[in-house]
Write a protein that binds this ligand. Structure first.
Ligand code: AMP
Ligand code: ZN
Ligand code: FE
Ligand code: FE
Length: 285
């Protein structure tokens, strides 16, 4: 197949959004790659929250199993409560992104202290050790707190943990971690040789007009793509994000945001048909 510039289109069965035990996912990076292969995926990106720790293992597993593994990361930016950008195709361990990840981890560790104290006020006694051992890796996320609360019988399930404690107005006002501005997130990915996509725009929680303005600004500042495929989108959302991608000359990415059924029971790895020549540097002129 040829694209508009006459080069070959690189269409892959791919899932470009998933989390491993390096952040708040259930499965190790190698296991994820194995599961992806079983599902017939040809390419995937591991996009753990604020860390590159799982990438080496995933890349090695990909080489072993014949799955193309694209380095990825999902970064939380400060401008909105849930504002995530996806970095792809950077050099794992590159200094600019490594430095940003160090700051992200420090912000998370400070939040862990605040969150333990916040929950204690509410009669929920957890220790840093138990949450840390549930987390396993360096990144402690709210889903680890939710799991600890379920294990200790404070709440019935993940949903109750978030609804009552971990995603309330009071949580966001008093506890939430410090985050870098979106421009710093984008610059760190770009300085590390990568490309940037806007993740699940509906989670930003703004209207279509404001999202249009935001996309225009981000595109001007170097945004490369929008996540146009995501299992939770309505057909209208999918169409609108695709429209924005066209309007601002952005590429399209897509992924499941798979965390494992224990973390997000309703989400599975997904084989999407995605054009990845722009990301894999294989577009012929
Ligand atoms: P963190 O980055 O540690 O603050 O946690 C973010 C993670 O928490 C993401 O994986 C989200 O999917 C999950 N999360 C955030 N809000 C909710 C919610 N209301 N219900 C369930 N999971 C949530
Ligand atoms: Zn997550
Ligand atoms: Fe996200
Ligand atoms: Fe995610």
């Amino acid at each position: 197949m040829k694209n508009l510039t006459g080069g070959d289109l690189m269409i892959y069965r791919a899932d470009l959004h998933m989390h491993s035990t390096a952040s708040d996912g259930q499965y190790t990076p190698a296991r994820l790659v194995g599961m992806a292969r079983e599902r017939g995926l040809e390419a995937l990106a591991l996009t753990d929250h604020d860390t590159m720790d799982g990438l080496e293992e995933a890349i090695r597993a990909g080489e072993r199993l014949g799955v193309r593994v694209i380095p990825g990361i999902e970064l939380s930016a400060r401008e909105y409560p849930t504002f995530h950008i996806l970095g792809y195709g950077f050099v794992p361990g590159a200094p600019a992104l490594a430095e940003l990840c160090r700051r992200m981890k420090a912000n998370r560790d400070e939040r862990t202290e605040r969150l333990l104290a916040f929950l204690k006020e509410k009669g929920i006694e957890l220790t840093a050790e138990e949450v840390g051992s549930l987390a396993g890796g360096a990144i402690i996320g709210r889903p680890h707190f939710a799991r600890a609360m379920v294990c200790r019988g404070y709440v019935a399930d993940n949903r109750e943990a978030f609804d009552r404690y971990l995603d309330t107005e009071e949580y966001h006002r008093r506890v939430e971690r410090g985050k870098p501005p979106v421009r710093e997130c984008m610059e760190a990915v770009k300085a590390s040789g990568g490309r940037v996509s806007l993740a699940h725009p509906y989670q930003i929680g703004i209207g279509d007009e404001e999202l249009d303005r935001l996309t225009a600004e981000l595109a001007r500042d170097g945004l490369d793509a929008i996540e146009c495929d995501y299992p939770k989108y309505t057909p209208e959302q999918r169409a609108f994000y695709t429209h924005l991608a066209e309007k601002y000359h952005l590429r399209r990415t897509g992924g499941s945001d798979f965390h494992g059924e224990k973390v997000k029971p309703e989400v599975e790895l997904t084989a999407l048909e995605l054009e990845l020549g722009w990301l894999l540097g294989e577009e012929t002129e």
